[in-house]
Design a protein around this ligand. Structure first.
Ligand code: MN
Length: 233
């Protein structure tokens, strides 16, 4: 038995809806610009770009509920509502037509972003890690099993702040649908149970301030409510 100098880190867990079991999170991948209208609002051309990915640490995942800390080091925290794929089987070099069998289920998440840091990173050709991978930057709902809800190819995706709708879209508008996303990730790394993949956000991303009440959801998967806490010193 290995002896550790500190207690081993706690496993990050996401509840599985309709059961007492949890999904142990291994890694978090995110697709950039997967809805044409959002790609355009960020100044990119959606017709010319294959999908690209970035990652968040597993412990960025928290329940999309209660109060989330307003992060350090930013004055421009943004919301990005996204459907999230939960991987349930190991695989590599997966063909799109086989990809859905690797999906355990789906949840709804917010890819919280320190947009001011991302803008600097883009300008300086630096990594996005500090813009995307901070503490509590990946709030998610509980996971719905694909055996229960199937593989959603369409359905409304939305987010509101203080009761005002900010983002609306439809899963059917994703440039790269679920099967293609899983296939692409599996050509870069071996995917394994516990991996989560954020699938991109529709247009309407915007600022979150301390005290804001955030709600969102994807029809047929889940809805959530959380509040942004006070700014940290
Ligand atoms: Mn995103």
């Amino acid at each position: 038995m290995t002896e550790y100098v500190f207690p081993t880190p706690q496993t990050v867990a996401v509840l599985v809806a309709g059961s007492s079991a949890s999904f142990a999170v291994r890694r978090v991948f995110c697709v950039g610009r997967n809805y044409a209208d959002h790609a355009r609002e960020m100044g990119a051309n959606p017709d010319r770009e294959p999908p690209f990915f970035f990652a968040k640490p597993a412990d960025a995942v928290v329940a999309a509920a209660g109060t989330l800390a307003y992060p350090m080091m930013t004055e421009d925290l943004h919301h990005e509502i996204e459907m999230v794929i939960a991987i349930g089987k190991e695989g590599r070099q997966i063909e799109p037509q086989d990809a859905l069998s690797y999906v355990f289920g789906y949840c709804v998440g917010v890819d919280l972003t320190r947009r001011d840091l991302q803008a600097v990173a883009k300008k300086m050709s630096r990594p996005w890690d500090w813009a995307k991978g901070f503490d509590e930057s990946a709030p998610v709902t509980s996971i719905r099993r694909a055996t229960e809800i199937g593989h959603p190819g369409s359905g409304a995706i939305w987010l509101s702040v203080n009761g005002e709708t900010r983002q609306t879209g439809d899963l059917g508008d994703m440039i790269w649908p679920v099967a293609d996303i899983v296939s692409h990730v599996s050509r870069a790394v071996v995917i394994k149970p516990g991996d989560l993949i954020f699938t991109g956000t529709p247009a309407g991303v915007g600022v979150l301030n301390p005290g804001d009440k955030v709600a969102g959801g994807v029809d047929g998967i889940a809805e959530f409510h959380f509040e942004i806490g006070g700014a940290q010193g």
